[in-house]
Design a protein around this ligand. Structure first.
Ligand code: BG6
Length: 305
């Protein structure tokens, strides 16, 4: 009898005690574990859906109505926005945030060592309809679970034309009450306010969220910290290959319009996105590659936060 997709994944890629495959949210996912830390990664969209650090609680928000296989990206976790961030720059009829977040990726490798576990997924962008995207590229997402969670999105231009790439690891961080969190690491950075693109404000001090927020911070390569008094923790988002950071929360009206957040979902996450967006466009000549990396970790809440 033919193996089910999950059986085939386990036969080819399971790592004893470290990586196994299951059906969750109606689709195939990889369940990673390492020294008390766990992560769940969907093959759809190469989307990390869960990360629980050893001794801690869930760092990623996932909509209670999340389902794989609907043709839409799952709301929550870490969707991959590629090869454009936000609306397509010239053609609004193309999907927002590119076309890989709802597509099935191919698992190419897993490994389990004493210091962590790793899986690698590929998206083959050589076969994309040129009407959607007239380039060729190889795209790889690797997920490494160690004492932190490291996600790396690598693009190589395998075609003969230059690629202007914008992208994001669109991370939904789980928070107790979004209006109580304090986001630091972006002080003094100029940002594009997507709710009022004519303005080019400069951030002064930490960010607090008390209304819809949709901003692309420019010149921001530093670690961002989210202090969460309700959950009594901080989350650190460290990164490389990214000089822009998106901060997003839809708040009440847009949250209701989105329709896939669950009741009051907006209160329980903030997106801190490791991006190349706004003026931070990566130009890849034929043969060139770019790597976008994000590392998540958590720590105690400092008294001053
Ligand atoms: C953010 C954008 O990155 O993603 C917002 O800055 C957008 O403008 C949000 O609303 C969610 O996008 P989507 O396509 O997942 O609903």
């Amino acid at each position: 009898m033919a193996m089910t997709p999950v059986e085939a994944l386990n036969a080819g890629f399971a790592q004893s005690g470290a990586i196994r495959f299951e059906t969750r949210f109606d689709g195939p996912v990889a369940c990673l574990s390492h020294r008390g830390s766990t992560a769940i990664v969907a093959l759809q969209g190469a989307q990390v859906l869960s990360y629980v650090p050893a001794g801690g609680t869930e760092l990623l928000w996932l909509s209670p109505v999340a389902r794989l296989g609907t043709g839409k990206a799952v709301r929550g976790g870490i969707p991959v926005c590629w090869p454009w961030f936000g609306p397509h720059p010239e053609d609004g009829s193309k999907p927002a945030h590119g076309f890989v977040r709802a597509a099935l990726w191919h698992l190419t490798a897993t490994s389990a060592e004493h210091d962590g576990v790793r899986m690698v997924l590929d998206f083959d962008a050589t076969a994309i309809d040129p009407a959607l995207w007239p380039h060729q590229a190889g795209v790889t997402l690797s997920v490494e679970l160690r004492d932190k969670l490291k996600v790396t999105l690598e693009t190589v231009n395998t075609g003969s034309t230059e690629i202007a790439l914008t992208q994001a690891l669109h991370t939904y961080l789980a928070v107790g009450e979004v209006c109580d969190v304090v986001i630091s690491g972006l002080d003094g950075r100029r940002y594009i306010d997507q709710l009022d693109p004519s303005a080019a404000p400069v951030q002064s001090g930490p960010i607090r969220i008390a209304a819809e927020v949709d901003r692309i911070y420019q010149g921001s390569s530093d670690t961002v910290t989210v202090a969460d008094p309700s959950l009594k923790r901080t989350i650190q988002i460290a990164k490389a290959g990214s000089a822009s950071t998106v901060v997003w929360n839809p708040w009440t009206v847009k949250g209701a319009r989105l329709g896939d957040l669950g009741a009051d979902g907006y209160r329980h996450f903030v997106c801190i996105e490791t991006a190349n967006a706004g003026a931070d466009i990566k130009t890849l000549r034929p043969g060139a590659r770019h790597s976008l990396m994000q590392e998540l970790s958590t720590g105690p809440l400092l008294k001053s936060a």
